[in-house]
Ligand binder design. Structure first.
Ligand code: SAH
Ligand code: SF4
Ligand code: F3S
Length: 482
C-alpha cells in the first residue's frame, strides 16, 4: 500500500508532507491556539515546544480552526509543493479571518525562515513570522501584534536547543515519543534547503536528553526516537557547549552519538530506542556495535542514499560514492544481521541525470533491497548550491516517469522483504488500534514494520510475540503467541 505520489509518505519519517494538528487542552484561560504542522518530524516536535511555551502564557489549544484566536502554521520548504500547500492553506484561513478580523495568523518553521518579511508582503493575511530558533520569543511577538504591529523574528541561533522546555505530548498515543537531540545541519547537500532554514548544527545537552527519556518511561512511554538531520554527527562537549557545566558530575568532556545512544538504552531495558536520520558518510562501526550490544535499540536504520550513481552523488555533495554506500550496507548486515530493517530516501531527475545514471539507482536498489523508501523527484530550491550552480534540466515528465519506476521497484522490494517475515515470530510493541478495524491492534517490530493482529485482551504499551501468517508490501498480519 505504498502509493507514493511524489510528496506523500506512508510512515512517519524525516520528510512527510502529512499535516498534524495539536489537539485540545485547557489552561483555564481564554485565548485559543490552533497549530497545524507540515514537513518532517522535527517540525512536529517543535510544535510541541511551541504549545508548551504558549500554554505557559495561558493559551489553550483547540483542534477547531474556527474556534481559534491564534492560528499558527509550522511550515516546510523542502520541495516547492510543500510551500504551495501552505499557501493554499493560508488562502483558506483568510476566508475565516474575513469573518473574524481579530484572528491572529502566524507562520513558523522553515518557510518563515526562508521567506522572512517577504511572507508579510506576499501573504497579506500573515501577522507574525517566527523562524525555528525564535519560538521563545513568541509571547512577545504575539503581544506586538496585539498592539497593532506585525511581528517578525527569523534570527538563527548557534546555541538554541530548547533543552529546558518540556514538550507537551498532546498528539501522542502515550507509547511512542520523539526526542530532538540536535538542531540544524552543516552538510550542504547541494539540493537541500535545510541548512538555510535551520541554521548551524548544534547538539543538545545529553543529560537533558536522558532525563527526557527517563521521564517518558516513567509516564508509561515504551519507545523513544532520537531525532536529528544527521544524528551521526551528534557531538556534545563541555568546551563546545557550556563551560559552566564543566563541574557537573557524570558528564564526560565529549559525548558522541554512540555514547548517547548507549545512555538512552540504559534508561530501562523495556524502553525501545530508535533514531533518525543517519548519514551514510558518518555512521560508524561504534554506532553499529552499540546497536548490537543492546537488545532494546531497534535493529532498523534509515540511511538515505538519494542516488545510486557516483557522479550524481558528487554533484549532490553527499560525501560518499555508490561503492562506499554499498560497503556500509555490508557492514550493517555483518554486524546486525540481515533482519536489520533498512530504508532510504531517493531523488529522481537531479540536475543532468542521464537515463543510465537513473538505471544505477534502480540497480543499487536491487542490490540492497530496502524495506521501504521515501521517494521524490527533484524540486529546485532557491538559494541552494544546486540552484546557483547547476541547471535543473531534466524535464518534468521524465522526472515523474523515473520516480514511478523507482516506486514500482520499491513496492516489489517491500513485498519481497515482508514475505521473508511470514512464518516468523516478532516482538511487537503495541501502539494502539489498527487503522482498519477496532477488533485489531497494531504495533511495530524492531525493524520498524507495522504488524496487525486480533485485539483479544491486549493493550497498547504491552510487548507481545506475534507470529506472522500473511503480508502486503506495507503490513505484516499475525497472531499473538504468548
Ligand atoms: N537529513 C536527512 C534528510 C532531510 S530532507 C538526510 O540527509 O538524509 C528529507 C529528504 O527530502 C531528503 O533525504 C531528500 O531525499 C528529500 N529532498 C530534500 N531536498 C529535496 C529537493 N530539493 N527535491 C526533492 N527532494 C528533496
Ligand atoms: Fe539536507 Fe543533506 Fe542536511 Fe540532510 S544532511 S538535512 S539532505 S543538507
Ligand atoms: Fe523539516 Fe521541511 Fe524544514 S523537512 S527541516 S520542515 S524544510
Amino acid at each position: 500500500m505504498q502509493h507514493l505520489i511524489n510528496d506523500i509518505n506512508f510512515l512517519d519519517g524525516p520528510s512527510t508532507d502529512e499535516v498534524k494538528v495539536l489537539p485540545e487542552s485547557e489552561t483555564g484561560k481564554h485565548r485559543k491556539l490552533y497549530i497545524e504542522s507540515y514537513g518532517c518530524q522535527m517540525n512536529f516536535s517543535d510544535s510541541e515546544i511551541v504549545a508548551s511555551i504558549l500554554q505557559g502564557e495561558g493559551f489553550d489549544t483547540t483542534t477547531d480552526v474556527n474556534q481559534a484566536d491564534v492560528v499558527l502554521l509550522n511550515t516546510c520548504s523542502i520541495r516547492e509543493k510543500a510551500e504551495q500547500t501552505v499557501r493554499n492553506r493560508l488562502t483558506q484561513i483568510n476566508a475565516i479571518k474575513t469573518k473574524k478580523p481579530g484572528l491572529l495568523v502566524g507562520v513558523l518553521g522553515c518557510m518563515a525562515e526562508r521567506l522572512k518579511t517577504n511572507l508579510l508582503e506576499e501573504e497579506k493575511i500573515v501577522d507574525l513570522v517566527a523562524g525555528p530558533d525564535a519560538y521563545r520569543d513568541l509571547p512577545k511577538l504575539i503581544s506586538r501584534v496585539d498592539e497593532g504591529e506585525r511581528a517578525v523574528n527569523t534570527f538563527l541561533s548557534r546555541e538554541e536547543t530548547y533543552a529546558d522546555i518540556n514538550p507537551v505530548r498532546l498528539n501522542s498515543n502515550g507509547v511512542t515519543a520523539f526526542i530532538s537531540i540536535m538542531r540544524g545541519c552543516d552538510n550542504m547537500c547541494s539540493f537541500c534547503v535545510v541548512p538555510f532554514t535551520r541554521g548551524r548544527e548544534r547538539s543538545r545537552d545529553p543529560e537533558s536528553i536522558v532525563n527526557e527519556a527517563r521521564s517518558l518511561f516513567e509516564n508509561g512511554y515504551r519507545e523513544v526516537t532520537l531525532l536529528g538531520q544527521n544524528v551521526d554527527s551528534y557531538k556534545w562537549s563541555v568546551e563546545e557547549n557550556n563551560k559552566a557545566l564543566l563541574e557537573r558530575k557524570g558528564i564526560s568532556h565529549v559525548v558522541n552519538f554512540a555514547q548517547l545512544l548507549e545512555r538512552v538504552a540504559q534508561v530501562h531495558p523495556d524502553l525501545r530506542v530508535r533514531f533518525s536520520t543517519s548519514h551514510p558518510k558518518d555512521i560508524t562501526d561504534e554506532v553499529l556495535c552499540t546497536m548490537a550490544r543492546h537488545e532494546n535499540i531497534c535493529k532498523y536504520i534509515h540511511l538515505p542514499v538519494q542516488s545510486g550513481n557516483s557522479r550524481i552523488l558528487e554533484l549532490m555533495n553527499r560525501g560518499y560514492t555508490r561503492e562506499w554506500y554499498l560497503e556500509k550496507i555490508n557492514r550493517i548486515r555483518e554486524i546486525l544481521g540481515t533482519d536489520c530493517g533498512l530504508s532510504s530516501d531517493m531523488i529522481t531527475g537531479f540536475c543532468s541525470e542521464t537515463e543510465s545514471e537513473h538505471e544505477d539507482t534502480l540497480s543499487l536498489m536491487d542490490e540492497v533491497v530496502f524495506d521501504f523508501s521515501y521517494m521524490f523527484y527533484y524540486s529546485e530550491r532557491p538559494g541552494t548550491l544546486a540552484a546557483r550552480k547547476l541547471a535543473d534540466d531534466v524535464p518534468l515528465e521524465i522526472k515523474k516517469r523515473r520516480l514511478n519506476e523507482i516506486i514500482a521497484r520499491q513496492n516489489n522490494h517491500s513485498l519481497i522483504r515482508n514475505r521473508q517475515e511470514v512464518g516468523k515470530t516478532h516482538l511487537v510493541l503495541i501502539e494502539g488500534p489498527s487503522k482498519r478495524s477496532a477488533d485489531y491492534l497494531q504495533g511495530r517490530n524492531p525493524a520498524n514494520k507495522v504488524v496487525v493482529f486480533p485485539k483479544e485482551n491486549f493493550n497498547k504499551g504491552q510487548y507481545v510475540q506475534v507470529q506472522v501468517y500473511d503480508c502486503t508490501a506495507a503490513t505484516l498480519f499475525g497472531r499473538v503467541v504468548t
